[in-house]
Design a protein around this ligand. Structure first.
Ligand SMILES: Nc1ncnc2c1ncn2[C@@H]1O[C@H](COP(=O)(O)OP(=O)(O)OP(=O)(O)O)[C@@H](O)[C@H]1O
Ligand SMILES: [Mg+2]
Length: 651
């Protein structure tokens, strides 16, 4: 998807808009920073004139240089307001007097001369304000710089925090299909490294975008004010700086976008191999994974070098161009016979000007980098959830009649239907079991009930309400799911049980744990219900994890229950405990259960055999055994303790 960079940039800035007030403060302080920067060459020129006299130039001095004749009186208290410093005895006049005195007294009076300069209260008073002026300006400039940076940085960080929060909430509002289509690593990359890239860029860009142009304008104004011709002469090369900036900006953006994708790839590998560390070790794949990681890291490095090359070349070019300008100015000064004080102020202004130009050029590169990251973030933010509430969603009351599948077809993608022609009724308070070969579509069928996906044809309804007319919140609030893969979070046992009901009391949690046959093992843990169970419950056994998941479902107390192979991969004792927990959970609920062990669903009210997405057989255990079909075959195979993965129904 191609995005318009300007639109992305405006959108990026819109995140800073809620903090307008701070931005305005920052702009004002940025203006003060610019003014204090512009005052430095001016102050330098005058201070040099005051301290060393203005006799260094070939051009006749226009008299002793005061600070415009109106600044000094405020500091010294000696001179009258409005009185020219030359009238009150300018600093260079004082120096001149000292020098005259020295020559009258002869060369042997050097010490006396120094002493007289030192002891003369009048001349010291005149030098001190000049000496204090530079640090004072430096201090002010520093304070304004700090204020500007702090405020802008605050707005930048805050704006990106808002964006990151929005991104996280948005990703979770998206449908399951989105998670299947996108790599976890890329998604993590967008929330972490893309946002971080934007954060860095927004802060530096906002700060410099305000401060540097003002500084530049002030300095340009200053040099033009001092000497228009010289200014034109030395600034004539500045527009050339734009060329490398634009040229390399494009390259930086392209490389940045690739680099961010590469970071996503790296996070992908990290995520896969860290969570699958046991498998990596078990198959001795450490070296292979290290190679895979290093080859992706190499790709990232290549993009980073491209960015580095493009962004490093711009500054030297600009420095060279400004040096050319200064060289040209030198020649000009010699030609017109400028005083060195005047030239000093001028050259300082040119040098100071180089910084904003340099920074502005860097801004462009940074903007290109941040836009590449912002576009990746906006792509996710612009994803519409495929499953969304209708404009006026119906709140689902507790189920009374049935869940009904009518002519349901479903396909994940263009590769064909996974479910076809499903007509099924699950009456309230009954247990419907789904059996069949692996890949037959059992889990898929279950996923349609909480509306994780919408059917591609037909409809699923509860008590006559098509799921697409319901508020998904109210729908999912009624459904408890115990999945094939037990998902636990790295917090305490109690918080895991209370996951769907954060306000549950301790006794409610304990009651749920007891009914799930989990209480006994929980109290034997080191810190009982407060034990943190490790990532994905890694400190617990498979059966313990499942019983926690069942306790979680019991606590939620949903009228509809989906059990997706909840007793897989357990030894007999665990299975017995889990099965007892499940019986407790299933009591008085509407249940759709998938189980590979047919013994566990023999008492289901209805058993549906799902083969290749079609309902092959429907009936009770006895009926299905009697009709000698797929179910009977599966049952016999299990009975004979054979492995029971079949891919094709018996002809
Ligand atoms: N997210 C997905 N995207 C694309 N295809 C999928 C997705 N999930 C499952 N499938 C495909 O849909 C078909 C049905 O899968 P499903 O998980 O429903 O089977 P199942 O009956 O639950 O199998 P098992 O008994 O092994 O759990 C399979 O062919 C599978 O490859
Ligand atoms: Mg399944």
């Amino acid at each position: 998807m191609k995005l318009d960079p300007m639109a992305s940039y405006r959108r990026l800035l819109s995140y800073a808009m809620p903090y307008k007030l701070r931005l305005i403060q920052a702009i004002l302080i940025g203006g003060l920073f610019a003014a204090s920067t512009g005052a430095i060459p001016w102050a330098l020129q005058h201070s040099f004139g005051a301290v060393f006299g203005d006799s260094g130039g070939t051009e006749p001095s226009e008299g002793p240089v005061g600070l415009g004749g109106w600044v000094l009186p405020e500091w010294t208290g000696e001179m009258l307001p409005g009185k020219k410093s030359s009238e009150a005895g300018g600093p260079s006049e004082a120096l001149q007097a000292v020098s005259d005195e020295g020559s009258a007294a002869g060369g042997g009076e050097q010490g006396n001369r120094a002493e007289s300069l030192h002891n003369s209260p009048r001349s010291l008073w005149h030098i001190l304000p000049y000496a204090a002026l530079i640090p004072l300006l430096g201090l002010l400039r520093g304070l304004f710089d700090f204020g500007n940076r702090y405020l802008i940085g605050w707005v930048g960080d805050r704006a990106v925090m808002d964006m990151r929060n929005e991104l996280f909430a948005h990703v979770h509002a998206l449908s399951l299909g989105f998670f299947h289509r996108n790599h976890t690593g890329q998604l993590i990359g967008r929330v972490t490294s893309d946002c971080q890239m934007i954060q860095r860029a927004v802060s530096s860009v906002l700060s410099d975008l305000i401060k540097q142009p003002i500084t530049l304008v002030v300095l340009i104004g200053y040099v033009f004010f001092r000497n228009t011709l010289l200014a034109v002469f030395s600034l004539i090369l500045f527009p050339l700086c734009v060329l490398p900036v634009i040229m390399y900006g494009r390259k930086v953006r392209r490389a940045s976008s690739k680099a961010q994708r590469k970071i996503g790839d790296l996070v992908d590998i990290l995520q896969e191999t860290f969570t699958g560390a046991r498998i990596v070790k078990g198959f001795c794949m450490e070296e292979h994974e290290a190679d895979r990681f290093s080859s992706h890291a190499q790709n990232l490095f290549r993009q980073q070098v491209k960015i580095l090359r493009s962004s490093s070349i711009v500054e030297p070019v600009i420095v060279f161009l400004s040096c050319l300008g200064i060289g040209a100015a030198l020649v000009y000064c010699f030609q017109v016979g400028m005083t060195h004080n005047e030239f000093l102020g001028f050259a300082t202004a040119l040098m100071l000007m180089y910084e904003p130009v340099k920074k502005l050029s860097r801004i462009h590169l940074t903007i290109q980098q941040s836009l590449a990251a912002a576009e990746r973030v906006f792509q996710v933010l612009d994803e519409e959830p495929e499953i969304a509430d209708p404009p006026n969603p119906v709140t689902l009351p507790s189920i009374r009649e049935a869940i009904r599948f009518s002519g349901v077809d479903f396909a994940y993608d263009s590769s064909g239907n996974v479910l076809e022609g499903i007509d099924l009724e699950v009456r309230a308070g009954t247990v419907v079991a789904l059996v069949g070969p692996s890949g037959g579509g059992k889990s898929t069928l279950c996923n349609l009930i909480p509306r994780f996906y919408d059917p591609t044809a037909g409809s699923v309804s509860i008590d006559g309400h098509d799921l697409r007319t319901l508020s998904t919140r109210s729908l999912r609030a009624q459904i408890g799911i115990v999945t094939q893969e037990t998902i636990l979070f790295n917090t305490s046992v109690a918080r895991n049980i209370a996951y769907g009901k954060p306000d549950a009391t301790a006794s409610e949690i304990e009651d749920a744990a007891r009914r799930a046959n989990a209480h006994r093992f929980i109290v034997e843990l080191e810190q009982g219900y407060d034990t943190v169970i490790g990532e994905r419950g890694s400190r617990l056994s498979g059966g313990q994890c499942q019983r926690l998941a069942i306790a979680r479902a019991i606590l939620k107390n949903p009228p509809i229950l989906i059990l997706d192979e909840a007793t897989s991969s357990l030894d007999s004792e665990s299975e017995y405990l889990v099965q007892k927990a499940l019986d407790e959970l299933m009591a008085d609920r509407t249940v759709i259960a998938i189980a590979h062990r047919l013994s566990t669903i023999q008492h289901a009210d209805t058993i549906v055999v799902l083969v290749h997405g079609r309902m092959q057989e429907v009936g009770t255990h006895e009926e299905l055994i009697a009709c000698n079909g797929v179910y009977e075959r599966l049952y016999r195979m299990q009975f004979q303790k054979q492995a029971w993965t079949i891919d094709e129904p018996r002809p």
